[in-house]
Write a protein that binds this ligand. Structure first.
Ligand code: PLV
Length: 331
């Protein structure tokens, strides 16, 4: 797909992400018993928050003369790289594990990226990316483990501070490899919000952060068994674990059914369809996890406002939702 910005090539140095809306949700506020704000990263031009950090990283490596991006991805980082690459005029290969959604594949191809399907889980695609980037000028754009990615994701918090004015009582987000978490923590430190607690949500079977927190060291899962494939990094970034020593991070795990229930309820409540990776974050409220943490005294009973980072995701449409519901015995 050609557009004017492609011709500008490397001169494109404005951020590639947009400032997203912060929506007060009546339905989620009812469910949580306090005001819930949704940071709508699903409306980014690439369908998820990933463009913030990945866009920033791609712009920086493009300045240094990168000739080809290679991105091992669960899907959404791949769309972000493909979009950034088109804007910057740099060829791209996206490596995806099996099972990617056809709409997502079409999007990648239309952005001009070459797509290769590698292995069953993201970690296998990651190994191949490391091989491919031994060529001079080919650069590996990882989906979550890079300081420039965290710097880019940190912009979410600057926007929140600007829009909300006051600090929220808690921030809820999903954790895959921990890039979003690391970016949010970086942003919170910059704006002086490091004492705001974070609820870090994962699904069972993709819970590499929770297991690392419990063990006090990085843990590599034997396999990814959750439907939330985009949370499926077998090992989180070391930085994600460090963050747990710097801020109050409450790590919680929901099962796939709770994540998909959250996707369904969110569709009814807000008329927006997100993938299970994002359902995990919404499930903190819908599944009663938040209320339990308050009852246990791990979170204040009077939180004021809550922010949920609606990370979004492209791996979903009506057919995919039906398929997931069938797999989970829900239809
Ligand atoms: N997805 C990565 C890693 O996948 C990817 O390649 O797209 N929510 C959504 C919609 C996501 O796509 C991801 C990551 C996350 C949450 C988790 O973000 P992270 O990895 O920065 O913790 C294997």
């Amino acid at each position: 797909m050609m557009d004017g910005s492609q011709k500008k090539g490397l001169k494109e140095q404005r951020p590639l992400h947009i400032v997203t809306p912060l929506l007060e949700s009546w339905k989620l506020s009812m469910a949580a018993g306090t005001t819930v704000f949704l940071k709508l990263e699903n409306v980014q031009p690439t369908g998820s928050f990933k463009i913030r950090g990945i866009g920033h990283l791609c712009q920086e490596v493009a300045k240094k003369g990168c000739k080809h991006f290679v991105c091992p991805s669960g899907g959404n980082a791949g769309v972000a790289v493909a979009y950034a690459a088109r804007k910057l005029g740099i060829p791209t290969t996206v490596l995806l594990p099996k099972g990617a959604n056809p709409t997502l594949l079409e999007r990648l191809e239309r952005e001009g990226a070459e797509v290769q399907i590698v292995g069953k889980v993201w970690d296998e695609a990651n190994l191949k990316a490391q091989e491919m980037t031994k060529v001079d000028g080919w650069v590996n754009i990882p989906p979550f483990d890079n300081p420039l990615i965290w710097e880019g994701h940190g912009s979410i918090i600057h926007e929140l501070k600007h829009t909300l004015g006051t600090r929220p009582g808690v921030i809820i987000l999903s954790v895959g490899g921990g890039g979003l978490l690391a970016g949010v923590v970086a942003g919170m430190k910059q704006v002086g919000w490091q004492d705001v607690p974070i609820i870090a949500m994962e699904t069972r079977g993709a819970d590499s952060f929770n297991q690392a927190i419990q063990a006090g060291r990085l843990v590599t899962l034997p396999d990814i068994t959750s439907i939330a494939k985009c949370l499926g990094a077998k090992t989180v970034a070391a930085r994600a674990l460090e963050c747990a020593h710097e801020c109050q991070i409450i790590s919680e795990v929901v099962d796939d059914v709770e994540a998909i229930e959250a996707v369904e309820r969110f569709l009814d409540d807000e008329r927006m369809l997100v993938e299970p990776a994002c359902g995990a974050a919404l499930a903190a409220i819908y599944s009663g996890c938040l209320g339990r943490l308050q009852a246990e005294g791990r979170l204040s009973a009077s939180l004021g406002s809550i922010v949920v980072i609606v990370c979004g995701g492209n791996n979903i449409d009506r057919a995919e939702l039906r398929d997931l519901q069938t797999r989970l015995g829900r239809s």
